[in-house]
Design a protein around this ligand. Structure first.
Ligand SMILES: *[C@@H]1O[C@H](CO)[C@@H](O)[C@H](O)[C@H]1NC(C)=O
Ligand SMILES: *[C@@H]1O[C@H](CO)[C@@H](O)[C@H](O)[C@H]1NC(C)=O
Ligand SMILES: [Zn+2]
Length: 507
């Protein structure tokens, strides 16, 4: 691993031998006490685009280890996790921990062609891989009953309408009828978006067969030709993986500072399977990593903990795992949580989570309002306009809200469109997505706005330094018990799309 940036050298200067003796630990404690108390201006000082980009280049390289993704459990993701842990350990300023656990991974792609002409198609979550070229045989009714599948479907591609019962049942019934594959076409002209078979398998009905969805419009052409007597050959190709993968959160807590009043900052280390995730969430991860590597120049009053979450893209899995594994008395020690997920979007906005509920009527635990104000004050001091964004819990702060921990954070926008007014405030293009490469292959080094990234990194440094000095304004009362654990209650498929703002359909 090549460490090319100067501040890392500074941070590393605080580390010496590979293992510290008791007296070295004591000396370090004395040295730490001689350091200046962390301050907002101090912690902002060394924020540079060069440093941020140096890490981003590493993240992109890691994605190249696994076909351009850093999805959880991939080589690219593991390399990201190891990189972060190694850099933090080298500072000797933190107690670090890998929290490793298993989770089901499922990802795939489907292509379909009829008599060699391609038809736009989509994969279903849990759909098995396979390569089938066979006649297309329409299924009667809606394919919800074994009797709807004619005997001649055996070895062929069952052509099934959407409707009434779940996708998963149709595909298992097709398997029970010995079809080689299946196509489910929409009962509306448009495509089926983000479908799932709902469960990894349905052995009680039949085996799943390779399957894809197509639009109702495409289906009509095919059905009309078959009705006119044509015999059509479909070529269905599905690439897919569904497997349990072990993956890790990285947790790092300053050795110094009051551990009964922890200031927590986090971001997610994984990307979607479709791309390298350099803005989502390379940007947020690197923002806090960069701060974590500069913090050792200072001492802190309150302990600071960094959470580098895995599998956010599968539904806040890493942060949820962390929070639900945390004993209640440990959760009480966390004063607040700051989240940084997508902070360098190319057509950015300076959005702050609406912790006081003034804009979106979703109010966080008491103290969330204070965090929002801390960020607002920062942008005001830089004479930059900021705007609230919905405090929906759709990123890694959700599990913290669920246990009553006040939270806040920054966001530069994903698939929404910039308004004309916002373009006046922040420049960029009105009517265009904040991040046109959101969850795509093109979320790479060119998908970063470094001006927004540097300013947001300073805002993050400001918030961390402010609260590491003092928690004035943050209530330190006993938190409500886990009454309404919204995230834990989600199904696998809800989770998989929870953080993306996508709706996933199962029937
Ligand atoms: C990634 O790390 C996990 C957890 O340590 C390990 O089980 C897995 O084999 C690694 N995967 C790859 C592709 O290196
Ligand atoms: C805000 O939410 C609360 C609780 O869900 C609801 O009772 C109230 O009517 C909402 N207010 C507005 C202005 O929408
Ligand atoms: Zn994200």
């Amino acid at each position: 691993m090549k460490l090319s940036t100067s501040f890392i050298a500074v941070a590393l200067a605080f580390s010496s031998a590979a293992s510290a003796s008791a007296s070295e630990v004591q000396e370090r404690g004395i040295l730490d006490n001689l350091k200046p108390l962390v301050s907002s201006t101090g912690l902002q000082l060394l924020t540079t685009k060069l440093t941020l980009l140096a890490h981003a280049r590493q993240f992109l390289k890691f994605s190249q280890l696994s076909d351009g993704t850093r999805a959880f459990g991939s080589k690219g993701h593991n390399a990201t996790v190891n990189y972060i842990k190694t850099l933090l350990d080298a500072t000797r300023y933190y107690d670090t921990e890998l929290q490793t656990f298993p989770y089901l991974f499922s990802s795939g792609e489907a292509t379909f062609a009829v008599d060699n002409s391609a038809v736009e198609s989509q994969w279903f979550t849990y759909g098995p891989a396979g390569d089938i070229t066979a006649q297309i045989v329409p299924v009667a009714n809606l394919g919800c009953d074994a009797a709807d599948y004619p005997a001649e479907v055996e070895g062929k591609i069952a052509f099934i309408s959407r409707g009434t019962c779940e996708f998963g049942l149709k595909v298992a019934l097709a398997g029970a009828a010995k079809a080689a594959g299946a196509i489910i076409y929409n009962n509306q002209p448009a495509a089926v978006n983000g479908g799932t078979l709902g469960a990894p398998e349905r052995p009680e009905v039949g085996p799943y067969v390779p399957v894809a969805s197509i639009s109702g419009d495409s289906a009509k052409t095919i059905l009309d030709q078959i009705a006119a007597g044509a015999t059509l050959t479909g070529a269905l190709h599905v690439d897919a993986t569904t497997e349990t993968r072990y993956t890790s959160n990285v947790i790092a807590t300053t050795k110094g500072g009051d551990k009964n009043n922890i200031v927590f900052a986090g971001g997610h280390t994984d990307s979607v399977p479709a791309g390298p995730g350099i803005n989502d969430d390379g940007s947020g991860t690197i923002t806090i990593l960069d701060i974590a590597l500069r913090l050792p120049l200072f001492k802190v009053n309150n302990a600071v903990r960094f959470g580098f979450w895995t599998a956010e893209e599968f539904g806040l899995v890493g942060s949820e795992h962390y929070v639900t594994s945390l004993p209640a008395e440990e959760a009480q020690k966390i004063a607040l949580y700051l989240n940084f997920d997508m902070v360098a979007s190319p057509n950015y906005g300076y959005f702050i989570y609406d912790g006081d509920g003034s804009a979106f009527n979703l109010t966080g635990p008491a103290g969330s309002d204070h965090i929002e104000k801390t960020f607002e004050d920062f942008f005001k001091s830089k004479k930059v306009i900021s705007a609230p964004t919905e405090f929906s819990g759709r990123s890694d702060y959700g599990p913290f809200l669920d246990v009553g921990i006040p939270a806040g954070g920054l966001f530069t926008g994903a698939e929404g469109k910039k308004t004309a007014e916002e373009a006046k405030w922040w420049g960029g293009e009105a009517g265009v997505d904040y991040d046109i490469c959101y969850h795509k292959k093109c979320d790479d080094l060119s998908n970063l706005n470094t001006e927004a990234w540097v300013l947001n990194s300073k805002a993050a440094a400001h918030s961390i330094a402010t609260y590491a000095r003092s928690l004035n304004g943050i209530p330190r009362t006993k938190k409500a018990s886990v009454a309404n654990n919204r995230v834990a209650a989600l199904s696998y498929d809800d989770r998989r799309h929870y953080s993306c703002g996508h709706k996933i359909e199962s029937s």
